[in-house]
Design a protein around this ligand. Structure first.
Ligand code: PRX
Length: 658
């Protein structure tokens, strides 16, 4: 793995210039779920801390006998325990009299709505579980889910969890090729999908991508298709006889009772694929009990969840944020959530604020990229709505710049609501570094401190903790309940990727700085992973998509700072001899990447160049390309094999897509 310790200096200066602090409001503290003693309590004996919480918060079919078995880097939590996570998220609330409480207020982009109570959810999930069984799915079979943000998405996940069939949700914006790769790696037997979804005022078909994906796979026996857009999609939806089944044909006629299957604590709950430093996405494995505990406890403490809150995590369920903080965490806490199908700008930029006013949303959790997109439009949309119900605001997915933090605080939180900037990853399953509202004095742009019980540190290249006021690499120093259990089918890659850089410590791939007060400031990735709108995209994945095109000889990809999306993809492309490098080819290459990976991976900037800067051993020096992309002064060029190459690139022409 290549590491680049040269964190962008301008970013560090920006962060350090921000020295305002926001102490908690005493009124908030007086009613807060979190208390300052949690830290000491957890630190005294982390295992005992988690064990007590596991017994208190989870309904077990059988108690566990051992809290943790830590065979570095392989962890097993709550050994001997049996439980069902769908039961913990749904049935137990109904049994305790919360059947009429709303689990999801769903809002379709065109304006249609559904109100789903916990009792509704219990019936729907049971029917779906019975349908899965009819389709031949049993405990242990993998199910791929490729859906828009409709209620059947969490229902499908919970139905899988109920019978112990690990799901792998693939974000609906990914291409057929990306979907087929994931189906193949997981050897999924079933794909649950929809005919399409609504996006920016138009129906967007989804099922054709499944058909294309299935032409490249062999493990799938059936697809289960929700009818969402119906005849609005051109030509209707083609169904393959004997393979494709409409959801309404099979699920609706099932018995609405199903006994949840008690499963081992370490039973695999799901796989979620994420980009790393190679072309092949990794199947991150999460299991049942530790994940349930980690997500539900952090959700309750960090968002200060109370029984009458209306909580909205505006992520897509296709990412880990949606898994942990739209589905499992909130449902385990019997929380009422908003589930919104569409984009924030449809029909105009008031959409989110209208939803908050209409549903009296009290907690909002979103990505800095969304905040910056709203900022760009101006505060007038938010100001025209009553946002006074908001009492906690969250941020996730990328570093939040102090300017966006302050805008969020002032224009959305009315200067009142505490902001929790939460750092975590697909791999961590749960939030790891965050303020606790009512407890922590915040600083705009800092994720502050590790959550109680979590061990985190910032180390130098040799793995030694850096002193206060210095930067280095973020590491996690002890196992935590919701941690990944490995990479599906590749234990060695798991060890190599996360546990070999600093022996005994989990290397997150992020740079971080600890200020003079010990606050943590996340500084972005230090490996070959970009973060575009809070989504992880590997430079190498985009490069392999580019070189896969017949006109391309070589390609190098870097992230370039972007005012809205955090980073934007910048591709340097060497065309093959005899190929004319023009705007039409640039457009074709961009579309080629979108088709191979998905529109989120489409390069915003593409530059044709005669050569790439390489070291004498032939390694592309992305650091120099980043400098060129940013228009910065070049860093050290002494290791370049050919000193003239940078000038040649600078003289090349680029094209940007708006
Ligand atoms: O670089 C960090 C960034 O997002 C990466 C994890 O991406 P993913 O697995 O897709 O999960 C995103 C949602 C949890 C991290 O390695 N990141 C996430 N949250 C923050 C962040 N960077 C800075 N501040 C954050 N709050």
């Amino acid at each position: 793995m290549s590491l680049d310790p040269n964190l962008p200096p301008s970013e560090i200066e920006n962060l350090l210039a921000e020295d305002r602090t926001f102490p908690p409001d005493p009124d908030f503290t007086a009613q807060a779920n979190a208390t300052v003693d949690l830290y000491a309590q957890a630190e005294a004996d982390p295992e005992a801390f988690w064990a007590a919480l596991a017994r208190e918060r989870i309904d077990w079919a059988e108690d566990f006998h051992t809290t943790l078995e830590w065979d570095l880097p392989f962890a097993r939590w709550f050994i001997g325990g049996k439980l069902n996570i769908a039961y913990n998220c749904v049935d137990r609330h109904v049994e305790r009299g919360l059947g009429d409480k709303v689990a999801y207020h769903w809002i379709g982009e065109p304006g249609d709505t559904r109100r789903i109570t916990f009792a509704d959810l219990q019936r729907e999930v049971s029917r779906a579980a019975n349908a899965l069984i009819e389709l031949g799915i049993t405990t242990g079979d993998r199910v791929a889910i490729y859906m828009p943000m409709i209620p059947e998405l969490p229902i499908a996940m919970l139905a899988c969890a109920r019978i112990g069939a690990p799901h792998t949700v693939v974000f609906g914006g990914f291409s057929a090729e990306a979907l087929s790769d994931r189906i193949n790696d997981a050897e999924a037997k079933l794909v649950i999908t929809a005919d399409g979804g609504w996006r920016r005022g138009k129906p967007a078909a989804l099922k054709p991508a499944v058909d294309d994906a299935l032409a490249m796979t062999t493990s799938v026996t059936h697809t289960l298709v929700v009818r969402r857009v119906g005849d609005a999609v051109d030509g209707g939806t083609a169904m393959v006889e004997g393979r494709d089944v409409w959801w309404h044909d099979i699920v609706d006629r099932q018995d609405d009772r199903h006994d949840p299957v008690p499963l081992d604590s370490e039973h695999m709950l799901y796989l979620l694929y994420t980009s790393g430093t190679t072309a092949k996405p990794k199947g991150i494995m999460h299991t049942t009990a530790g994940y349930l505990l980690g997500t539900s406890f952090t959700h309750e403490q960090i968002f200060d969840i109370k029984p009458d809150d209306v909580y909205w995590c505006a992520a897509d369920v296709g990412w880990v944020t949606g898994h942990s903080y739209i589905v499992y965490g909130p449902l385990a806490n019997a929380t009422t959530s908003i589930l919104y199908e569409g984009t924030p700008d449809t029909p105009d930029w008031s959409r989110w604020w209208q939803i908050i006013e209409d549903y009296k949303v009290s907690i909002l959790y979103c990505a800095p990229t969304a905040i910056r997109a709203h900022m760009k439009q101006g505060p007038q949309y938010a100001q025209a709505h009553d946002l006074s119900t908001l009492r906690v605001l969250g941020s996730v997915g990328e570093p939040i710049n102090p300017e966006a933090w302050l805008w969020y605080h002032e224009h959305i939180g009315g200067g009142r609501a505490p902001i929790v900037d939460t750092w975590w990853q697909t791999e961590t399953g749960m939030i790891m570094i965050t303020p606790l509202p009512g407890v922590t004095t915040t600083k705009p742009g800092s994720a502050t401190f590790p959550f109680p019980g979590v061990g985190a540190d910032v180390v130098d290249g040799e793995g030694n903790p850096v002193p206060l006021g210095s930067g280095g690499y973020l590491v996690l120093t002890r196992p935590w309940p919701a941690m990944l259990r490995g990479i599906y089918g590749d234990p060695e890659r798991y060890r190599q990727t996360y546990w070999s850089r600093f022996p005994g410590m989990y290397f997150a791939g992020d740079g971080a700085r600890r200020d003079a007060d010990g606050y943590l400031w996340l500084l972005g990735r230090v490996d070959d992973v970009m973060n575009v709108s809070g989504h992880r995209i590997s430079t190498i994945e985009v490069e392999s998509a580019l070189v896969d095109h017949k006109a391309v000889a070589e390609a190098a990809v870097v992230g370039k700072t972007d005012p809205i999306t955090g980073q934007a993809i910048f591709a340097f492309v060497i065309p093959k001899v005899g190929v004319e490098a023009n705007d039409a080819l640039a457009a074709e290459l961009r579309n080629h990447v979108a088709k191979a990976i998905g529109p989120i991976a489409k390069p915003k900037f593409l530059m044709f160049t005669p050569d790439l800067p390489k070291t004498r051993s032939g390694k592309i020096m992305r650091r120099l390309l980043r400098d060129i992309g940013e228009g910065r002064q070049l860093g050290d060029t002494t290791t370049l094999a050919d000193g003239g190459v940078v000038e040649a690139i600078r003289a090349s022409s680029g094209s940007a897509e708006e």
